[in-house]
Structure formats: C-alpha cells, structure tokens
Design a binder for this molecule. Structure first.
Ligand SMILES: [Zn+2]
Ligand SMILES: [Zn+2]
Length: 390
C-alpha cells in the first residue's frame, strides 16, 4: 500500500482548523469525487474514500487528538497495511461511507432530488452491532517487545439456535409488506422547490426488506444472545498510553445477522517506579554516594532487559545526565529506539559516626574542599530543565 497521506493535507485544511471548516472541506471533496459524478473512475473512488477516512478521524475529537499525537499509527496500531494480524489497516468501504456520512451530502446526493444516488442507497441496509472498548495494561517490557494478549470478552454473540438470523427456519421469512421488500420508504412532498422525494429506512423491516414470520424461540427473533469470546490481539511494539487499536468485526453481534461492531483495545501503561516514560526515552534517577561522585566507579542501573552496570567518571556532579543509547522504547512507526536518560543525584548521609565526622572535618580543611570563589558548575535548575527537554 502506498504511504498514507496526511489527513489535513487530504482535506486541504490547516492543522488548527475548526470542526465547521473540516466539515465544509470534506463536503467539497466528497461531492467532487462522488462515484455518481465519476462513474467507473477508480482514482476518484480512491480519493472519495481517502477523504472519508480523513473526515472520520478529524471530525472526532478523540480520534483527532490521537492522530495529532501519534499520526497514522495511532489510528489502527499498525505502521502499514495489515502488518500486524488482527488489525485492519483502516480504510472504508463505500457502504461504510454512505452509512456514516450520508447526511453530509445534504440535498445534493442521497436521493434528495431524485437525480443522484438513487440506485446506490436502495440496497437493503444491515444493522450493525455496537463497539466494545476494553483497556489493556502493559508493562514496559511488553511495550518494548510487542505482545499478543488473549482477551476474554463478554459480548453479544449470534444466537446459537438460529445462527443469528432470528428466524425459526429458512421458511420463516416473508417479504415486508410495508416497503414491498425494498427496505426503503419513499415519501413525496410538495415544497417551495417543487416536488421532493425523501427516502427513509423502512421501520418495519429495518431496511432488510424481509420480515420474520416464525421467530426463533431461543432469542425471540433478535438473533443474538449474551456470550463470551476469547480474542487474540496482537499489540505492536512501541504503543503508548491512550492509543486505541481497532479489531474489526469483533465487537457485539448485530440483530438478525447484521454486521458486527468492532473491538477497540485501549492501551494503558503499567507504572514503573524506576523507569519513567518520556516519549520513546525512559528516564531514571540514579543516586550515587559522595565518594563515587568524587572518585568515580561502577553502578547498576535498570533497563527494560534487566540491570546493567555503567561507569561513573571521577568528579561527576549532581544533575549530570548520562545517556544509555538505544535502550529506550522502540518507535511505534519503526523509526529506531529511544534512550535511557540517567539523571545523577548524590546521596548525602544524614547521620555520621564519630569517626566519619572527624574524617570529613579533616577533609574539609584540604585545599580542594574549600568553598570556591566562583561557581563553575552549570546551575542545577538548568541541568534539570535540559534533562526534561532531552
Ligand atoms: Zn435465535
Ligand atoms: Zn420493510
């Protein structure tokens, strides 16, 4: 699949565009590339879908915030098309678009003036099950390596007796008498603009065009029942708190064999007291003794893979930042790995034995331990700031 274009670029709006601007931009694009205006034009169809996908994300505050923060990776958890089993690479079918954004065409399409869109929207529509949101807590190690989680989900599933149709048997159906099987009801109104036709979904058959004469006894005709499913979710490495991965079609089942909802897996990070996440970097505060600070030495620091020993140079000041390159978290888009930033702090003993006190007092008389006239060290506050800036 070709590299995905930036959603703002697709709609031709600024990154800070408001909801109204985004809606207008999408409407313009949708009308320009509408399949009824560009029959058989594959490029127009792709552009039409691309615009719908961009609008889907940018018109939703939650999705837009995620996109702003994580880019396309934040939308489906996958860096590319289908790279991680279980996640769809985003993308819409034409049906999805008309289902979700049909109203944006207003009078121009969707059957309003009878000229456009008639044939397309007359297909019987299917009901859709609701989405299920679950939270998955991950350790740093799981985030670093990627992980497959088996999630036990309580959900609506297809009725085990009728297989989801809601009917007793295949002879139980009759054509809906209200809409004569079309699934739609057409009303004609006289208005200022002349005669207007409006289509709406048949309330009797919910757009299927069929009604069930003999209902399944187990589900009472709904086609669903409560159940449980164990779903394996592949979580790519480098994900972050708040990212959501969509597993298409694994949400709640719809009534009478419609389209399943999605399973949305929201990532939560387990708190790690030693390694604090800062983007793809990890921050660790290291306490060393006064003597190690002065004389240098080797100390242990935690990494995702376990503890490692690092060298402390003689004369190390508090506030110094040591970097362990490439030991941070992998980038979710596959762009390398972050570092571990180690912030040095010096532990000063609170209580001293008699002997220690006399040694320190002796030390204090030595020339290198006198209060300097001019402080050469960078201000500790500045060091702290540069630590957090990276
Ligand atoms: Zn049933
Ligand atoms: Zn009907």
């Amino acid at each position: 699949m070709a590299e995905k274009r930036d959603y703002y670029e697709v709609l031709g709006v600024e990154r800070n565009a408001d909801a109204d601007t985004i809606k207008k931009a999408y409407r313009k694009a949708a009308i320009k590339y509408h399949p009824d205006k560009n029959p058989g034009d594959k490029e127009a169809e792709d552009k039409f879908k691309e615009a719908a996908e961009a609008y889907d994300v940018l018109s939703n505050d939650d999705k837009r915030a995620r996109y702003d923060r994580f880019g396309h990776a934040g939308m489906n958890g996958a860096g590319g098309a289908g790279g991680f089993g279980g996640f769809s690479g985003g993308g819409f079918s034409m049906e999805d678009i008309f289902e979700q954004f049909g109203d944006i065409f207003g009078g121009a399409f969707g059957g309003g003036f009878g000229g456009f869109g008639g044939g397309r929207s007359r297909q019987p529509r299917q009901s859709r099950g609701s989405d299920i949101r679950v939270t998955v807590k991950l350790s740093l190690k799981e985030i670093a390596e990627g992980v497959t989680k088996k999630l036990k989900i309580n959900k609506t599933v297809a009725c085990s007796k009728c297989g989801g149709t809601g009917a007793k048997d295949s002879a139980s159906y009759a054509t809906c008498s209200r809409c004569n099987g079309s699934g739609y009801i057409v009303t004609v109104q006289d208005s200022f603009f002349g005669r207007m036709q409006t289509q709406s979904v048949c309330p009797e058959c919910h757009g299927t065009g069929k009604v069930i004469k003999n209902k399944c006894e187990q589900c009472g005709g709904e086609g669903t029942e409560r159940g449980q499913e164990v779903i394996e979710v592949n979580i790519p490495k480098g994900v972050a708190e708040g990212m959501a991965l969509t597993v298409r079609g694994r949400g709640n089942a719809a009534r009478q064999g419609g389209v399943n909802g999605d399973l949305i897996v929201v990532i939560e990070e387990e708190h790690n007291p030693e390694l604090v996440r800062d983007g793809n970097d990890l921050a660790h505060t290291l306490n060393i003794t006064v003597t190690t600070a002065i004389l240098g030495g080797e100390v242990e620091v935690p990494t995702i893979e376990g503890r490692v020993r690092i060298k402390i140079a003689p004369g190390t000041h508090a506030g110094k930042v040591l970097r362990i390159r490439g030991k941070g978290l992998p980038d979710v888009n596959g762009r390398g790995r972050g570092d571990i930033k180690v912030l040095v702090d010096i532990t000063i003993p609170g209580e001293l034995t008699k002997e220690e006190r006399s040694l320190i007092e002796k030390l204090a008389e030595q020339p290198n331990f006198k209060q300097p006239e001019k402080v050469e060290n960078q201000n500790i506050l500045e060091r702290m700031k540069s630590f957090f800036r990276g």
